[in-house]
Design a protein around this ligand. Sequence first.
Ligand SMILES: NC(=O)C1=CN([C@@H]2O[C@H](COP(=O)(O)OP(=O)(O)OC[C@H]3O[C@@H](n4cnc5c(N)ncnc54)[C@H](OP(=O)(O)O)[C@@H]3O)[C@@H](O)[C@H]2O)C=CC1
Ligand SMILES: O=C1OC[C@@H](O)[C@H](O)[C@H]1O
Length: 462
Amino acid sequence: MDAAAAAAAARAEPLLGGSPPTPRALLSPRARLLALLATSLTVLLSLAAFRAPSAAAAATLPSLLPPPLLDQRLDEEGWPIIDRPTDRPRACWGIVSAGRIAHDFTAAAVGMGACVHAVAAAQLPAARARAAAFAAAFRLPRAYDSYAALAADPNVSMVYVAAVNVAHARLARFFLLHGKHVLLEKPATLTLGAFDELAAIARARRLLLVTNFWTRWFPTMRWARAIVHSGMIGRVVHVAGDMAFQAVRHHDGALDRFFNASLLGGATLDMGSYLCMYASTFLDASLEVEDYALDNWSVQAEGVVEGGVDTETAFLIGHVGGAHAAMGTSLKRASDFAVRVMGTHGMVHILGVAISPLAAEVTVYADASLRTESPRPCCGMPLVSTTSFKSVLPPYPAWTGESEQYPHAMGMVYVAAAFEECMYDPDCTELPELPLEEQRLLVQLAWKVLDRVGVYKGVQGV
Ligand SMILES: NC(=O)C1=CN([C@@H]2O[C@H](COP(=O)(O)OP(=O)(O)OC[C@H]3O[C@@H](n4cnc5c(N)ncnc54)[C@H](OP(=O)(O)O)[C@@H]3O)[C@@H](O)[C@H]2O)C=CC1
Ligand SMILES: O=C1OC[C@@H](O)[C@H](O)[C@H]1O
């Protein structure tokens, strides 16, 4: 292991969780012996199922296992290590819009040493001054007050589209047609038709089109996925998540995007889209072949609609494999922003803020299906192990004089690094962490939720 990898491993090491008192202590001596045998068997089977990195690890309890190896390279401060070519120009970003998340992404990108060449602000008033101030703060060479000027800049090969939801389809189409690779803020589009058009352009021109579900590239998410895929918690049967906050109604004197139907606001297209992403991530985790056809998924939803947007929504997503997700989102109440992935004999708990998760915990219980004695009628299986995972973010670049707008903003480095690395690989046409077909499914799942709740019916082209 080289020094950087060792530093990264140290930063992302599992913290061995203290186990709560085992319920076994409450059983009779005979039941205790049986439980011990069952637990030992479960431990052995868990170990067999777990893709441990070395044979030595297979001799230890699951709670002592190292996490699955993460193929993510980070330096001592937590910055991604990128193999940039030395024999040709670097790929440079253009930032489309100068709003809140655009600040966050740009801070992460300049912090990690990426080339951010220009920003364009073009929709809200004072575009020229806003773009100039943005460029000055992040020391970008160019500031434009039109998106067309940014699209014409030959130094920009990839753009980050950070405008409000209603502009996503239009701007992604515009920049793809100008030959730029596009990292597009979520939700990619409202309608399937709009997404399919974007995907067709991207494929035809061999351009990257990636919805910015940045969660997918977080070390915590990679760890959680690896744990679930290892079989350590058994077969996934249920995912539960809740993401809600009391959104501000007004921003800079106008109705904020959250409550603004003309900007495609509402809880589902905001945080609900992450919950759809979590459902897609884990519900089919046990299938050998990933299948993103909507026919394999069912959606039910209830919601409260105010001013044309959903402000409180609960939805269920079912997968043909039998697993299901129960999700809640709201613009009007608090939440722990956590997601729990429940398997037949264990659970991965992705701690809030699960949009940009820095910590998770896996709990493994004895597998009742492997026990020989009559199962107890209720409640709680003997605990086998609890293992935690934590990661740290690289520091915000203080020299910008800016500060983060959204939690864990520096976590944008992970998706930015993956995107940039793909730019240097002639064979890379999609990011494996979020293929186009899955992005398409995510558009459809959110659309189904909204359809059931009764908003945005009949809207086309966005
Ligand atoms: N991945 C993530 O973690 C996050 C993603 N997001 C997503 O990013 C997008 C932007 O969110 P955020 O930065 O909070 O948004 P802002 O409210 O800050 O607006 C972003 C930009 O959109 C344009 N815009 C804003 N209001 C209007 C309007 N009334 N009419 C037309 N254009 C408008 C402006 O572009 P210009 O500057 O060019 O004038 C503005 O700078 C959303 O799609 C959201 O879902 C948001 C937060 C976190
Ligand atoms: O994508 C997002 O992530 C963070 C949330 O607070 C924000 O509203 C949303 O758009």
